[in-house]
Write a protein that binds this ligand. Structure first.
Ligand code: ACO
Length: 398
């Protein structure tokens, strides 16, 4: 159970709120969530509209700079990202020297951290031009870094960014090379990846964004703060859940356990139903609705029905008829169907959270930047409720 206690200590009133379930640590203009009503808006625009009508770059611009871009602004933003997509040769060599079987999230966090060393002309949080330069570099280079790490993991030569391609196409090409789908299927994949990135672009003070803010509050540079966000995202209770969902579905399929028996194990607390439940959404996650529709579209483009998607549909239906889940208001979250989509596209499961990170980057950057201009800006420093022993004598000291 979550406890919310008000404690009176020698330094005044302190609230004990494990997991910060009821604690706001800042004011923000970026993202609005009404968990009970299933509402999510970036800068006032409903997620449903952005998912269908906006591109990832347009949404990223909106999240970071506060307004939808005029066509000229979007063109300039896109050009800057294309011009900055490459990474220094030394950094490429550094990435290539990393363990190739390491989890991509660990490698990406390390690579992002080193950007501060390769680009030390953009590490001063008090210099707006430097923060802007770092914003462009992060947005431009994260897909390049991610694709290189993926290519290394499968023993293929890294592919350099192509300035002629748009953001999403370029990432798909750097990842899959000439194995990337073309024609109608290529367009559908581009649309699907773009939409998933839009749906992940921000989510107010989730664990990784809160981490970026906490690290940034010490005036650490934006690269260090975002690298910390990548690490926070990697856990299975957060972004790592999309990989965990797929592994759960594979386990159900491979073990032959019935859905009913699997749910009994969840209810006996032997495991969690991954991709279900959310700290804020207690009716439905609006992103999961859009993603379910997308999953049907992607899977319809394939000749054979996808067994894991079919399993996920059955699992969702069974859970939603079970009072354990309905009483606790546990519904599918953003991660429940994303893994199935990415798998169909050919991404290995350990890349799913990487795609989440690419999508979430605009949110991390926007929060880092907003915090710097917050009149209430101060270092994040929670208090604790001490429950350890009283003063004790060191042995032999009386
Ligand atoms: N499966 C089974 N039971 C669950 C689940 C689940 N997925 N999620 C919550 N519960 C139960 C808890 O056991 C608890 O039951 P109790 O009151 O009888 O003890 C109750 O529901 C409330 O759960 P909390 O853990 O208090 O909820 P919290 O808000 O702290 O956690 C979280 C939210 C981490 C998302 C949780 O629902 C979970 O672990 N889900 C699975 C992992 C997942 O999908 N994470 C992705 C989240 S979305 C994102 O980060 C992009």
């Amino acid at each position: 159970t979550i406890e919310l206690k008000t404690l009176l200590g020698s330094t005044g009133m302190t609230t004990l709120d494990p997991g910060f379930g009821n604690t706001a640590s800042c004011s923000s203009k970026i993202t609005y969530i009404d968990g009970a009503a299933g509402i999510l808006r970036y800068r006032g625009y409903p997620i449903e509209d952005l998912a269908v009508h906006s591109t990832f770059l347009e949404t990223a611009y909106l999240v970071i700079y506060g307004e939808l871009p005029e066509p000229g602004q979007l063109k300039e933003f896109s050009e800057k990202l294309r011009d900055n997509a490459d990474i220094p040769a030394e950094m490429g060599a550094f990435i290539d020297a990393m363990p190739r079987n390491g989890h991509p999230m660990a490698l990406i966090a390390s690579a992002v951290n080193t950007l501060a060393a390769y680009y030390d002309d953009s590490v001063d949080p008090d210099d707006e031009d430097q923060v802007e330069l770092a914003t462009i570099r992060l947005m431009a280079k994260l897909p390049t870094i991610a694709a290189r790490i993926y290519r290394n993991s499968i023993g293929e030569t890294p592919i350099e960014p192509d300035a002629a391609l748009d953001y999403v196409d370029n990432f798909i090409r750097m990842t899959f090379g000439d194995k990337a789908p073309t024609g109608e299927l290529g367009e559908l994949f581009n649309k699907a990846v773009g939409m998933l990135l839009v749906l992940h672009a921000d989510h107010e003070l989730n664990c990784s964004t809160a981490t970026v803010r906490v690290v940034g509050s010490s005036k650490a540079d934006i690269y260090a703060s975002v690298a910390s966000g990548v690490n926070a995202l990697s856990g299975p209770s957060h972004g790592g859940a999309n990989q965990a969902v797929l592994e759960m579905l594979e386990e159900i399929r491979d073990s032959g356990i019935s859905i009913e028996d699997f749910l009994e194990k969840v209810k006996a607390r032997e495991m969690r139903l991954m991709g279900f439940g959310h700290r804020v959404y207690k009716n439905f996650d609006p992103r999961s609705k859009e993603i379910k529709v997308l999953a049907s579209q992607i899977l319809d483009s394939h000749d054979n029905p996808d067994e894991l998607f079919a399993l996920a549909l059955k699992l969702e239906a069974a859970a939603l008829q079970d009072s354990y889940f309905t009483e606790r208001k546990l519904y599918p979250n953003v991660d429940f169907y994303t893994g199935v989509i990415y798998r169909t596209m050919g991404f290995p499961s350990n890349m799913f959270t990487v795609l989440f990170a690419i999508g979430r980057l605009p949110g991390w950057v926007a929060h880092y930047r907003e915090q710097l201009h917050d009149p209430a800006f101060r270092i994040a420093r929670p208090r604790q409720h001490y429950v350890g022993s009283d003063e004790r004598r060191y042995p032999g000291q009386g």
